[in-house]
Design a protein around this ligand. Sequence first.
Ligand SMILES: NC(=O)c1ccc[n+]([C@@H]2O[C@H](COP(=O)([O-])OP(=O)(O)OC[C@H]3O[C@@H](n4cnc5c(N)ncnc54)[C@H](OP(=O)(O)O)[C@@H]3O)[C@@H](O)[C@H]2O)c1
Length: 335
Amino acid sequence: MSDKVVAILGATGVVGRQMMELLEERNYPVKELVPLASARSAGKKLPFCGADVEVREAKPEAFEGVDVVLGAADDATATRLLPEAVKRGATCVDNSHAFRLDDDVPLVIPEINAEDVTWHKGIISNPNCATIIGLLPVWPLHQVAGVKRLIVSTYQAASGAGMPGLTELQREMAAVAAGEPVGETAPFAYQLAANIIPQIGGFNDEGYTSEEMKMQNEGRKICHLPNLLVNCTCVRIPVMRSHSESITMEFEKPISPDEAREVLAQAPGIRVVDDPANLRYPMPLETSDQDLIFVGRIRRDLSAPEGTNSLTLFCCGDQIRKGAATNAVQIAELL
Ligand SMILES: NC(=O)c1ccc[n+]([C@@H]2O[C@H](COP(=O)([O-])OP(=O)(O)OC[C@H]3O[C@@H](n4cnc5c(N)ncnc54)[C@H](OP(=O)(O)O)[C@@H]3O)[C@@H](O)[C@H]2O)c1
């Protein structure tokens, strides 16, 4: 790889800051880093490779001379600015939802469908964080047993709602500890400290949220499984970082918990932590600030009708790293 001019759109947010750390950590060949954010942040300094780099306002002209854009902004900003970056010759890896289901945009988890990057037309999308964390253990099991159906419940950290979500949970926890009223709870609809909220995104006519439908719609595209059946419930919990998921998987062929453990132990991007006798299972505190998805509680689905093949597992992963920034930098490395 020759050295690149890399812009980060949304450099001041939780995903953008993590991307900057990862470019450094993974020795991505950066000739020049261009941190971009809203006009509010122009002039701020961010640390990169032992120096301070100045944040610039994200405008179309800011992408002149840029080779790679890592997108870490909201849908509207990505929709407005990434086509301008492509027009100026950059290749974009975007974390927003804006382009994920477009037919001419690959949606990539490198451990699953790395080959899809080859047909990009300037934009490659990074999938939804809960979708990345859930599909990583499902995929290797699918290779041996053929997955048909997923029933998923997620337990999603406050930082999944970005910097505002992270600072709001910190503020609410301090207020609760001090016995003070919590007051306004934006960006959450309700108090999150000492509570859970069974809604992430808006509801559709069937009563599912936009976050829940991503697991089905993005999962089908990434795995090239247009008929994959998914029933997902997404819940926001008062954890700072790292999403957790309970997943029941129905397969075409029989697969035992022991076989699944063996397959997962060999799979890239996964660590099996499954020793109930010694109270070892995945938890958000242990999976934060690293890139592996921890998988445990692997067991037979006691409710599966006779003649069906079904297993249940629990997994956890850092949604800011593998659920967003690490996956995006891995895609940039593939380019
Ligand atoms: N947080 C996660 O765990 C996670 C996981 C997967 C995917 N994602 C996706 O990644 C993206 C970034 O999420 P985040 O959690 O990092 O959000 P965040 O912490 O709220 O950061 C948002 C970033 O977007 C910038 N921005 C906002 N309005 C802008 C504008 N008009 N022009 C230019 N930049 C603008 C912000 O700049 P200012 O600081 O100047 O406002 C900030 O740098 C979102 O699309 C999100 O859905 C997030």
